[in-house]
Design a protein around this ligand. Sequence first.
Ligand code: B12
Length: 346
Amino acid sequence: MSATADLILERRKDLAEAVVTLQYDRRPQLVARYGPSGRGKCVEDVQYHLLFLAEAVANDSPALFCEYVAWAKVLFINLGIAVEDLAESLVALDDVLRIRLPGGAEIAASIVGQARAELDKMPGDLPSFIRQEAAGGELARLYLDALMAGDRHKASRLVMDKVTAGMTIPEVYLDVFQPALREVGRLWQMNRITVAHEHFATAATQAIMAQLYPHIFKAGTKHHTVIATCVGGELHEIGARMVGDCLELDGWDTHYLGANSPAKGIIRLLRERQADLLAVSATLTAHLHQLADLIGEVRQELEHLPILVGGYPFNLDPSLCSKLGADGWAADAAAAVAVARRLVAR
Ligand code: B12
């Protein structure tokens, strides 16, 4: 990580306090608007801005911060927070960074400046991830409706019937589960459902994936071994699991470790299982430095082991793959299979 990014993370709390103090000094009416607990929430929000800013600085990727601000704009609008308050907090952030971040202020402030310049034209609304006309679109809609109604048996039946009729596992994963889950995220971001709904949708989908396992895990010779996992701190595990399952279907011996895996354990398992490939997922941009650390540690111990990466931030900025020192990345589980084969054939 760069020294500036480290400094932003280290001083995150103080910087956030300074930003909010400046913002409240400039607009005393915020006290009345957000009430006594409002100030603390603003400090939390700015700390979150700083997490993403640090990763944008570390990876020289203004896109990471701009996408974050675009995401926050939609979130704030739907929480009833005025966009002008977000704009003003970015101005205050810019000012505080210039005063409190000697040396590194320029790069950080230029990234904040870029996001500020784009804020007005960032959309305040998000289109649905489910398109009726797309392959599997109709089923994805019915599947999501069943989950939102709390009917996981119906959701399961819908999928199992299609599989019996010939729908393949990668089609179920990429055309049904993936858009439906991303739509769940959009609904949360637009304040229409809660984190509890997100958990239910995930748990139900994981249970249905388990029902599909007789179609995925079959005896037979495997051509290579892969460890598929999520970086430390990461709780979003379905993307990595889909990648692991699609590799298994492609004839790999897969060892899927799930969410939040510590680096030391991953490295030990890579040795024990004599893995040919490590596939790591990161969803939250704030976890990119853990991923950089993991890649560094693996390189020290297993210099030539190919490392494949993917997840939400890579879909925003594919150049992160080489910046983090990985060997390949893929936008989804189907593309991951082709890249994985290429990496072990080198
Ligand atoms: C379910 C969910 C959760 C669950 C996760 C449960 C679990 N056991 O997995 C819970 C409730 C824990 C959760 C928590 C949070 N979440 Co959440 N979550 C989601 C949601 C709705 C679905 C994730 C998912 O399964 N997607 C479907 C999979 C298939 O897609 P995917 O992950 O992109 O994976 C594909 C590709 O990226 C790629 N890929 C992925 N990994 C890898 C790895 C390799 C090697 C390769 C090659 C490819 C690859 O292939 C995959 C398959 O095709 C997303 C919405 C979204 N857009 O994804 C939000 C989302 C990711 N969450 C979000 C947020 C903000 C959070 C929280 C901070 C707050 C909250 N909502 O609770 C916490 C943070 C938790 C943490 N510390 O990690 C935001 C992130 C926004 C941002 N700007 O970063 C999203 C986008 C929601 C939103 N629209 O606002 N979340």
